[in-house]
Design a protein around this ligand. Structure first.
Ligand code: FES
Length: 272
């Protein structure tokens, strides 16, 4: 599947260009991935329709739920496809089968609704139950993708657990190149350190998206604000506060306060 996966992922990245739409589909404005919450609405409608069918409920209510789920499937798929296009290949393989399962479920629920609208309730219900089974398989793979393969969670939240509160010596200011980010270790974690003259910016080095090394990223100006672009999938973070300017990351890069001692040693502490 690797060849069609590469072609499709590239096509999605080319069509949905970096900008407000792509950020919206990733969930940047709400600070969380958009796809899982939308998927729960779609699958919730379809599950409710199947429950109504099983309990002999109002057929009009079941049709309404089916139609709502089908209408929600399109933006859900758009959000999922956009996230999927910026994953590692191992994750994309599972995501591809997840997508195929969900498209099959969508086809079955759509056919079920058509049959019901033509008055064929019984075969419509059978297709709905089949669609729910396939949709559950797709949801299982989605869970595997999120929880086992860690596609979607924040990959940089551990700072608070690994760095004690308070100030810590990092390195002498004179050892840092001017205007070029470097990596420095602080205990268990790696830091992105950027010196600009006498000012020093420190972020956690692991990109919140999939832990890419931010110190290898490009420095750019976005609307007059200095930012760093992750070298792996292009997430862009403001250097002033670590907030996300562009996805796929939706969580900010953890930031550290800095100060310089009289002897020129840079000290850092996690920003609370
Ligand atoms: S690891 Fe994917 S954007 Fe940074």
């Amino acid at each position: 599947m690797d060849r069609p996966i590469r072609v499709l992922a590239k096509a999605v990245r080319t069509r949905v260009k970096r900008g407000w739409l792509r950020d919206l589909l990733h969930g940047v404005p709400i600070g969380e991935p958009l796809h899982p919450s939308m998927a729960s609405v779609t699958l919730g409608c379809w599950t409710s329709a199947a429950l109504l069918d099983a309990a002999g409920g109002d057929p009009r209510a079941a049709r309404l739920l089916l139609a709502t789920g089908i209408a929600g499937a399109l933006p859900t798929a758009a959000a999922g496809l956009t996230d999927w296009s910026s994953l590692h290949l191992e994750q994309q393989r599972v995501g591809f089968v997840h997508m195929a399962g969900n498209l099959t479920a969508l086809g079955l629920f759509s056919a079920s609704l058509m049959l019901r609208l033509k008055g064929h309730e019984r075969p419509g219900k059978i297709l709905s139950f089949t669609g729910l089974g396939v949709g559950m398989l797709g949801a299982y793979l989605g869970g595997h993708l999120a929880y086992r393969q860690a596609a979607g969670p924040n990959h940089a939240p551990q700072v608070a657990h690994l760095v004690p509160l308070g100030w810590h010596d990092l390195c002498p200011l004179k050892d840092l190149p001017d205007g070029r980010p470097v990596a420095r270790r602080l205990g268990y974690i790696q830091l992105f350190v950027l010196r600009r003259g006498e000012a020093v910016t420190v972020l956690a080095d692991h990109c919140p998206h999939l832990a890419g090394p931010l110190h290898q990223g490009r420095l750019v100006m976005e609307n007059g604000e200095a930012c760093v672009v992750c070298p792996w999938h292009g997430s862009t973070f403001r250097l002033d506060d670590g907030s996300v300017r562009h996805g796929p990351a939706t969580a900010p890069a953890p930031m550290f306060e800095t100060r310089i001692r009289r002897d020129g040693t840079i000290q850092v502490r996690p920003m609370t």
